[in-house]
Design a protein around this ligand. Structure first.
Ligand SMILES: N[C@@H](CCC(=O)N[C@@H](CS)C(=O)NCC(=O)O)C(=O)O
Length: 242
């Protein structure tokens, strides 16, 4: 039996496979702490069975109830779901490592504004969908099209509507950029889960639309080039360890 922590992630056809912003939060957390772990890839339709296998309760009360990331830590024989709970667990269990919730940071952790990022979802969902492996792609399309009541391609078609969505995403990024004004990280020089959250969203975009795409190049120009320098700070923690 391996004594490594297992990180369960959803694979894709992208280089290095990892794409999910929520799983990136857990991966960044593990990498920042320098903990040893391995990645096990689980396709969307198999996540529920994984929860049963690990005797885990559903993460969310509503659909989707079974989500990744999940980690299993053999040293405590615990399985934990939900990226923020994983980060809290790692802080509590490995207190000698970089803390994701340093004292005084709690108030700053609610960086994710679901409304502001709604437009980002419209743009990203169809892109994410085609990057997935066929079995997950079918599941993702079915569940998301049910949720939004339209074909994914209709969420943000190229043209005026997509430009409008990018504009709103840019505004949301502007709000986050103001929190980072004159600082390396949200707390100043100290990295925290707030930064892990921001970096995970940015990385989802960068990896999914491609670093060479015009859309990514546009984002790099936003807020005085803030996003390429910000994400560069995470380079050493961007490793996908399998
Ligand atoms: N609050 C959760 C959200 C996780 C989440 O939504 N994960 C997505 C992948 S990005 C998922 O596993 N969805 C499963 C599904 O749609 O069935 C967390 O941060 O861990």
């Amino acid at each position: 039996m391996s004594d490594l922590i297992t990180l369960y992630d959803i694979p894709s056809q992208l280089p290095e496979q990892a794409w999910s912003p929520n799983v990136w939060k857990a991966r960044f957390s593990l990498n920042l702490k320098g903990l040893k772990y391995k990645t096990v890839w689980v396709e969307f339709p198999d996540i529920e069975a994984l929860y049963k296998q690990l005797s885990l309760e559903p993460t969310e009360p509503r659909v989707p109830k079974y989500t990744l990331p999940v980690i299993h830590d053999p040293s405590t024989n615990r399985a934990i779901s939900n990226s923020v709970e994983i980060a809290r667990y790692l802080d509590a269990t490995y207190p000698a490592t970089t803390l994701l919730f340093p004292p005084g940071s709690e108030a700053l952790q609610g960086i994710e504004d679901r409304n502001a990022f709604e437009s980002l979802q419209y743009i990203m969902l169809p892109i994410t969908c085609v990057n997935l492996n066929p079995v997950s792609e079918t599941y993702y399309r079915r569940t998301r099209e049910t949720r939004y009541g339209k074909r994914l391609e209709e969420l943000s078609p190229i043209g005026l509507q997509r430009e409008e969505h990018w504009k709103r995403v840019q505004e949301a990024f502007g709000v986050v950029a103001s929190l980072l004004e004159g600082k390396k990280f949200v707390l100043g020089d100290t990295i925290s889960f707030a930064d892990v959250t921001i970096a995970s969203w940015v990385l989802w975009i960068k990896r999914s639309i491609g670093a060479q795409s015009q859309e990514w190049k546009d984002i790099e120009e936003w807020n005085g080039g803030r996003w390429s320098t910000y994400i560069a700070q995470f380079k050493e923690y961007e490793k996908v360890i399998v």
